[in-house]
Design a protein. Structure first.
Length: 97
């Protein structure tokens, strides 16, 4: 997919999901054509994908208490079976350090 986030700056991104590794691989190409000689920047990113249950388990194991979960960054309902995005609000429990 391509877009122009700034005039004469173009971003092309492609992403694929590796089911076996449970990772998303994204490849970005940014073309900055604001000057007579365009510059090209390429970046590859890997992102682990976790289920809601896995994230809760990791947070609890790290000493957090899960307070709420939203379906989007700005809030809104979270449906464990339908939401493609989750924002988890967790509070660090008192430590004995």
């Amino acid at each position: 997919m391509g877009r122009e986030p700034l005039p004469n700056v173009f971003m092309i991104d492609a992403a694929c999901y590796d089911v076996r590794k449970r990772q998303t691989l994204s490849k970005w190409t940014i073309v900055d054509a604001r000057r007579p000689k365009a510059t090209i920047f390429r970046q590859t990113l890997r992102q682990n994908v976790y289920s809601h249950a896995e994230l809760r388990k990791l947070l609890i194991a790290a000493g957090f208490r899960v307070e709420t979960t939203w379906g989007m960054l700005a809030g809104g309902p979270f449906d464990n079976g339908e939401s493609w995005h989750q924002t988890i609000v967790a509070r660090k429990l008192n430590s004995s350090l």
